[in-house]
Design a protein around this ligand. Structure first.
Ligand code: TXA
Ligand code: MG
Length: 319
């Protein structure tokens, strides 16, 4: 049985396992989270694998308090004011990522911003303190299923994929946190409505929250698609079996062509979890002056390979 009652011993064990790279499901005041060490790329890749997510959406990073948040992100006056007013609590703030934060590039899907929150739940607070590292945690359900509000929901959806599910009973809010972007100093955007109302936040800010641009269908973009995901400056050429002068090669697997251009192999053994963990950071490294095009070897279209191919297709789309 993966469901464990929240004894002091179990919470310490959960923190330890998270720090060491395991997946642990933990209750928060909103929904159950599927947690992993946000600084461990392979652990974060395992979240996407367990959820069966077809895309790499940026994930929310959980910390115990504002001081821990400031280790990984930069808070201006409005961000700090909102954190003071609503943390711990179901408000997620999208803020610039701090240089040298140690966060995996997969957590932020290669963006320069990061979504952070301090959950208001004694169990998640204790686990975060034992872990001693920021914890990435999307809702603990399979992609496309509804969010889990009890340990039994998590067990039914993800039982075989997590190392522990800490049972905190039924969650209080039952819907996810509200997400506000304060990354742009001139205005604040409501990216996802959630457990704290727009009105409460606007009252505190003394300003209306803006709504991000709608897409061509007149509907707001789905959360996760709102952010302009990191797109390399170089163009991207898919299914490459070689690379020419002026290109760089993003390789995969044991059979790499011998080329004279900058090359990074996402996984010499052909391990898709390792490839996912390295993906965004590798794109950034190859995207440098003198590189016109990043040539990408074929990546298998199963498991995490689907999410990698989805991201590559967008990166290669005409701009
Ligand atoms: O209540 C909650 O927030 C739950 C519990 C477990 O804490 N967590 C949750 O996390 O819903 P998650 O990772 O599923 O939320 C991801 C969403 C993305 O789809 C996107 O909307 C937003 O957070 N997001 C994350 N990072 C972002 C960024 N850098 N820029 C814009 N949006 C971001
Ligand atoms: Mg979710």
């Amino acid at each position: 049985m993966t469901i464990v009652s929240p004894s002091e011993h179990a919470l310490r064990e959960a923190g330890l396992r998270l720090r060491e790279g395991a997946l642990v499901s933990l209750p928060t005041e909103t929904v159950y989270g599927l947690g992993a060490n946000a600084c461990d790329g392979a652990a974060v890749a395992a979240i996407f694998e367990a959820k069966g997510r077809p895309h790499f959406n940026p994930l929310i990073v959980h910390v115990p308090d504002l001081a821990a948040a400031e280790d990984i992100a930069v808070f201006d006056d409005s961000a700090r004011m909102l954190a003071d007013a609503f943390w711990p609590g179901p408000l997620t703030l999208v803020v610039p990522r701090r240089a040298g934060s140690g966060l995996s590039d997969l957590v932020t899907a290669g963006l320069d911003t990061v979504a952070v929150r301090a959950p208001d739940h004694p169990i998640s607070q204790t686990i975060l303190r034992h872990a001693g590292c920021p914890i990435a945690a999307p809702s603990a359900n399979r992609s496309g299923h509804i969010s889990s509000t009890s340990a039994q929901h998590v067990e039914a959806d993800l039982g075989c994929q997590v190392s522990m599910i800490i049972d905190g009973g039924v969650t209080m809010h039952g819907i996810e946190s509200t997400i506000v972007s304060v990354a742009d100093s001139s205005s604040c955007f409501l990216l996802r409505p959630g457990a704290i109302s727009r009105e409460e936040i606007e009252a505190k800010l003394g300003l209306p929250l803006e709504t991000p641009n709608s897409n061509s269908h007149g509907r707001p973009d789905a959360p996760g698609q709102l952010a302009s995901h990191y797109a390399p400056g170089a163009s991207v050429r898919l299914n490459a079996d070689s690379a020419n002068a002026g290109e760089a090669l993003l390789a995969f697997g044991p059979n790499v062509p011998r080329v004279e251009v900058p090359t990074i192999n996402l996984s010499p053994t052909g391990d898709l979890r390792e490839a996912a963990a390295q993906f965004f950071a590798s794109l950034r490294k190859l995207d440098r002056p003198g590189v016109r095009t990043i040539a990408v070897m074929p990546i298998p279209r199963h498991g995490l390979g689907l999410a990698i191919n989805d991201r590559l297709k967008r990166a290669a789309a005409p701009r």
